[in-house]
Design a protein around this ligand. Structure first.
Ligand SMILES: NC(=O)c1ccc[n+]([C@@H]2O[C@H](COP(=O)([O-])OP(=O)(O)OC[C@H]3O[C@@H](n4cnc5c(N)ncnc54)[C@H](OP(=O)(O)O)[C@@H]3O)[C@@H](O)[C@H]2O)c1
Length: 258
């Protein structure tokens, strides 16, 4: 694609003109990839304030790192007992609490104004009802405190994506998917702008392999994806309008899931 002539003739291109030209290219690109967010999708440069539930975990800590790398202001909700090793030395604000306690979640959301909340929780020692309970507490407190965007990490196998899940493995996970389905419903019904990112199988990115994770809207998408890729896509969604009120499946075609 060539640079428009009006921006080409001088070496001192005005920054506003350059931004407009970049914006027009982004609009053209977004028209080409309406249903998927690929690695090249840029995110806005304006920093946001984000609270990450599960920020000390494997996926959550990578979301924290990806958000910090983009210049965002990051807070992490974690228990007194949480292992904070993965966040050591990072400039984050830690808010202590247990997501199963509604008052802990309310206190966290009221501690400052958050633009974005990310739910990257795993249930640790809790039963499967954890996911619905956590989502109930988070959606209530986020709606009450004016959070602008809620990004919820879910699982393939929930609701209409059941058809994508291997039938022989579905029955044992069915109670988990019921709870995760209820959590997704709470998110959709919260009135907050949301993005749901489901994954099926989380695998390490093989050494030396390029991250090619993408978000697809086809609910039959099933495959592996790296936590690094999911974290990158999560942060790209902070300011990408294509993530508004959408449910995606994250997948990296370059990673085997078996
Ligand atoms: N592994 C897979 O292949 C796979 C596949 C599909 C979907 N997923 C989903 O992906 C998500 C993230 O997975 P992950 O492997 O990154 O999880 P993880 O490493 O187990 O992290 C879970 C996080 O949630 C926190 N947490 C648990 N109970 C809490 C509580 N009561 N209050 C506050 N924080 C609590 C944990 O902190 P503590 O240290 O305090 O427990 C930790 O920070 C999960 O929803 C998982 O179900 C995983």
């Amino acid at each position: 694609m060539s640079i428009p002539a009006k921006f080409r003739k001088t070496s001192a291109v005005h920054p506003t003109a350059l931004r407009r030209w970049a914006a027009s290219i982004l609009i053209m690109l977004s028209a080409l990839v309406p249903a998927s967010l690929v690695a090249a999708t840029p995110s806005s440069s304006s920093p946001v304030s984000v609270l990450v539930f599960g920020g000390s975990g494997q996926l959550g800590s990578l979301v924290v790192r990806a958000a910090l790398a983009e210049g965002h202001k990051v807070s992490v909700f974690a228990r007194e007992s949480s292992n904070m090793q993965r966040l050591q030395g990072l400039p984050v604000t830690v808010i202590r609490g247990d997501v199963r306690e509604a008052t802990d979640v309310e206190r966290a959301l009221k501690s400052q104004s958050f633009d974005i909340v990310v739910d990257a929780l795993g249930r640790s020692e809790s039963g499967v009802e954890f996911y619905e309970q956590a989502a109930r507490h988070i959606t209530r407190a986020a709606a009450a405190t004016g959070v602008k965007h809620l990004i919820h990490h879910g699982s393939v196998g929930v609701a209409e994506s059941r058809a994508a899940y291997p039938p022989n493995r579905f029955p044992e996970r069915s109670p988990l998917f019921v709870s995760k389905g209820a959590a997704e419903k709470l998110v959709r019904d919260s009135g907050i702008t949301y993005t749901i990112i489901r994954n099926a199988v989380l695998r390490p990115l093989p050494a030396g392999q390029e991250d090619r994770a993408q978000l697809l809207e086809d609910p039959l998408t099933f495959g592996a994806v790296s936590r690094e890729g999911v974290a990158r896509l999560t942060v790209q969604c902070f300011r990408d309008p294509r993530c508004t009120n959408r449910t995606f499946h994250a997948i990296d075609a370059g990673i085997q899931y078996q």
